[in-house]
Write a protein that binds this ligand. Structure first.
Ligand SMILES: Nc1ncnc2c1ncn2[C@@H]1O[C@H](COP(=O)(O)OP(=O)(O)OP(=O)(O)O)[C@@H](O)[C@H]1O
Ligand SMILES: [Mg+2]
Length: 287
């Protein structure tokens, strides 16, 4: 059984993409899970992190990105549309030797324009939020986890991701402004789940860029832990660290510990992945 989990927060720059990438790498490298990462953000940050700019440029020039899927669906209008998603899946993308089972569905800047066209298209028989869901069906069983990195909005392409998702996590920096968005995200996702007849389960909030010397950060984590409208705050707080920021570069860092940092950063991310699997198992059933 595959668990499909979206990473979402309407607030930008809170570590959604960094969390998605690190989770994927930990799940594969440390726990032997088969992972598909899906980059739904036209900013293409996750894609750049996973395959680097030059390989991405090649793929983009050959239309081997998710833009091809959405473009094809658009051209077909409401009529049946076949897209072989395996033709654009990038296999075993990580340069780290131990991370062997992370695949990627790459994004494209072209999705910015497509976003508007899809929203305005007025699909007749096939609705515009189900394009990704239909395309993923034939490949989904090849994975234990599908992690979907969403842009900070709830537009049609993001909804395509949520439509596939069994669950979601909300990364947040533990400051006041960054946490305002949690309630509205939960509410909207619950509404979408109802509309599509399938609940999208909240796994929890991931604390990112945590500074333990900051009273605001400490108090905000305490407040979040007390909030009853949050399923849980993952106990592993991801520290703000230069090495985590530097991990965005596509390079062979050697090991995951060398990539993310041995002063607690690697352990925090590994613990997060372990808790993530345990929580998914409890809340979604065994994978
Ligand atoms: N734990 C961390 N320590 C230091 N820097 C971090 C950490 N997590 C993320 N960053 C940096 O913060 C910036 C924003 O992170 P990221 O791109 O993951 O956020 P995002 O929520 O995906 O942003 P967007 O809304 O633009 O998609 C990046 O430059 C990233 O490298
Ligand atoms: Mg991002």
């Amino acid at each position: 059984m595959t668990h499909v989990v979206a990473t979402i927060n309407l607030k930008g720059g809170v570590g959604k993409t960094t969390t998605t990438a690190a989770l994927g790498e930990m799940l594969s490298g440390e726990f032997g899970q088969r992972v598909l990462l899906i980059d739904l953000d036209p900013q293409t940050n996750l894609t750049m992190m996973m395959i680097g700019e030059s390989r991405w440029g090649e793929l983009d020039s050959q239309s081997l990105t998710l833009a091809a899927l959405f473009e094809g669906a658009m051209s077909a209008g409401g009529s049946a549309f076949e897209f072989d998603v395996s033709s654009i899946i990038q296999r075993a993308v990580s340069p780290l030797r131990k991370v062997r089972t992370v695949d990627l569905l790459p994004s494209s800047l072209k999705m910015i324009g497509l976003q508007e066209r899809i929203a305005g298209a007025g699909f007749v028989s096939n609705d515009s939020t189900g394009i990704l869901l239909r395309a993923l069906k034939p490949v989904i069983d090849q994975y234990d986890y599908v992690l979907i990195d969403c842009p900070p909005n709830l537009e049609t392409i993001t909804l395509n991701g949520l439509r596939c998702a069994d669950a979601y996590i909300i990364p947040t920096i533990p400051d006041v402004m960054s946490t305002y968005g949690i309630g509205p995200v939960q509410e909207r996702i619950a509404q979408f789940g109802e509309r599509w007849g399938r609940p999208i389960v909240e796994l929890g909030v991931v604390i990112t860029k945590y500074r333990k010397a900051s009273p605001v950060h400490r108090n905000t984590v305490d407040d979040l832990n007390r909030r009853r409208d949050i399923t849980m705050v993952f106990p592993s707080l991801i520290p703000e660290a230069n090495q985590i920021a530097a991990a965005a570069e596509y390079a062979d860092f050697g090991t995951l510990r060398q990539k993310y940092g041995a002063e607690g950063q690697f352990t925090a991310l590994r613990d997060l992945a372990q808790d993530f699997m345990a929580t998914a198992k409890v809340r979604l059933g065994w994978a």
